[in-house]
Design a protein around this ligand. Structure first.
Ligand SMILES: Nc1ncnc2c1ncn2[C@@H]1O[C@H](COP(=O)(O)OP(=O)(O)O)[C@@H](O)[C@H]1O
Ligand SMILES: [Mg+2]
Length: 485
């Protein structure tokens, strides 16, 4: 239990912005320390070697004159020179080699290579007049080659080659290194502390986001503001937008529930009034009973219709969950709808015309599309004038088919046009009620069309007539988002 909790926390920390900032800060802070340390040590070693070489060169140059004057380079014996050379070697506990003009080794204070010929790159270079040195870092020795001559202008008479161990330089370097290490550790500790706090401070606005969302998550009441970063500010803004959408949704849901209750209550109230008045009359005539009972039956029908419509709407609102797509002949579908509605149209003396179109096949949910078109044609009949007409036409292009339902009816006032698709909205409530409307028809139509990723539009002029058009893709694509022009 405990372990699990810590594991989760550790995993979270592993993915946190804070940890990332911390690591970056450490890297940025510590890397330079290492680079500087490396540079300092390298520099120290090279400088020490160069300095020593310089000392050796000047020492060698000091005995150059003696070497020439004593004729040592030409083979003359000289105890003085011998001592000088030995002293020179002892000074740095190194080895001194004297070379004559023919590259022959005249003297080796280590007595190893005497009489041998030595030809090497540095040797040749120094015979041209320039002293040189080679520092061997791994073998830890310094080799200095010095030309022997009287002045810069004179010829080079021979060479003095000196190789000295540089253990002391390495030792010095090591000492320096350990001094730096102390500094380094101190700096790293400081860096860690700075990185820890800085990363915490840098990541803090994000903790604030969580905190302020937690605080208000139960309520959708007020806007939040999380200044600190542009990112957190944007996050807050996005949250506020979402909150507004949710609130609008919540409000519309509440409104819907109260509308539903109201609509369902109306027929019940009528029935109650009718039955109460029958009960109240001592000896009501049978005719009155019959009349009131048929009124009550009408109210029951109405109640039934509202519930049926609500169920259709709810089913539709569940989006593509239970859509039943099949290749369908749309012409036949429309013909069937009109056939069913013809008796109602005849009662209103409204002419129903299916305009002849070329055949259209499309992938649709037959039941839902039938519901959508039926509602439009029904409206065309219901909100018509005596001797009016309703024309239904079908068209298609490469990707869509279009159903147009046109009527010669009473039309819709301009200010009502944006609202007619809302649930329970009716331009004239009492008129709609009279002719059996629930105010849900167009909401059902729109839901059905949107389930097919289509669109429905309405054009109307009050007193002249109304045209509804539906546009639906011929091929159904489940993933496609709802498109709105
Ligand atoms: N063809 C039409 N002509 C005139 N008004 C219409 C037409 N279609 C819809 N309306 C108006 O839009 C409202 C909403 O339509 P609808 O959702 O089908 O509800 P209902 O038909 O049940 O009243 C109707 O009450 C009516 O006022
Ligand atoms: Mg209707």
């Amino acid at each position: 239990m405990m372990i699990q909790k810590y594991a989760v926390r550790l995993k979270r920390f592993g993915k946190s912005l804070q940890l990332r900032l911390f690591l970056i800060l450490i890297l940025v802070g510590i890397l330079p320390i290492y680079i500087v340390k490396f540079g300092i040590l390298r520099n120290y070693e090279n400088q020490a070697a160069g300095q020593r070489a310089g000392l050796i060169v000047s020492r060698c140059q000091m005995i150059s004159r003696q070497l020439i004057d004593s004729g040592y380079l030409n083979g003359a014996e000289s105890p003085v020179i011998e001592t000088e050379l030995n002293q020179l070697g002892d000074l740095w506990s190194g080895r001194v080699v004297v070379l004559n003009r023919n590259f022959r080794i005249l003297r080796d204070t280590f007595d190893i290579d005497e009489d041998k010929i030595l030809i090497a790159e540095e040797v040749l270079k120094s015979f041209n007049g320039t002293p040189g040195y080679k520092y061997n870092h791994t073998e830890r020795f310094l080799e200095v080659t010095v030309p022997v001559r009287l002045t810069e202008a004179d010829n080079v008479e021979g060479l003095l080659i000196m190789s000295v161990p540089t253990d002391d330089i390495i030792d010095g370097k090591r000492e320096l290194s350990s001094n730096i290490l102390i500094l380094q550790i101190t700096l790293i500790v400081i860096m860690l502390v700075i990185a820890f706090y800085a990363s915490r401070i840098l990541a803090r606005p994000f903790s604030k986001v969580t905190a302020s969302l937690d605080e208000r998550s139960a309520f959708l009441e007020e806007d939040i503001s999380i200044p600190g970063y542009t990112e957190t500010e944007l996050l807050a803004e996005a949250y506020n937008r979402m909150r507004q959408r949710m609130r609008a949704q919540e409000e519309s849901r509440q409104e819907f529930v109260s509308n539903v209750s109201h609509e369902l209550k109306t027929p019940l109230t009528s029935m109650k009034v009718l039955s109460d008045s029958l009960v109240a009359q001592e000896d009501a005539p049978v005719e009155l009973y019959r009349e009131f009972m048929s009124d009550i039956a009408e109210e029951i029908d109405r109640e039934n219709k509202i519930i049926t419509d609500l169920l259709s709407l709810v089913k539709m609102d569940r989006k593509s969950a239970d859509i039943n797509i099949r290749e369908t002949n749309i012409n036949d579908l429309i013909a069937l709808i009109l056939k069913r509605l013809r008796p109602i149209a005849a009662r209103q003396n409204v002419e129903l015309v299916q305009e002849n179109d070329r055949p259209v096949f499309a992938e649709v949910d037959e039941t839902k599309l039938t519901l959508a078109i039926t509602n439009l044609v029904e409206n065309g009949i219901k909100y018509n004038k005596p001797d009016g007409w309703v024309h239904v036409s079908l068209n298609s292009d490469n990707s869509f088919f279009y159903v147009k339902v046109e009527d010669s009816g009473i039309g819709i006032p301009e200010e009502s046009l944006p609202k007619i698709f809302e649930r329970f909205y009716r331009v004239d409530k009492s008129h709609s009620r009279e002719i059996g409307g629930t105010g849900l028809g167009l909401a059902i139509t729109r839901s059905a069309v949107e389930m097919h990723h289509g669109a429905v539009r309405c054009y109307s002029r009050e007193g002249e007539g109304t045209t509804f058009t539906i546009r639906i893709p011929l091929k159904y694509s489940p993933q496609e988002e709802l498109t709105d022009e």
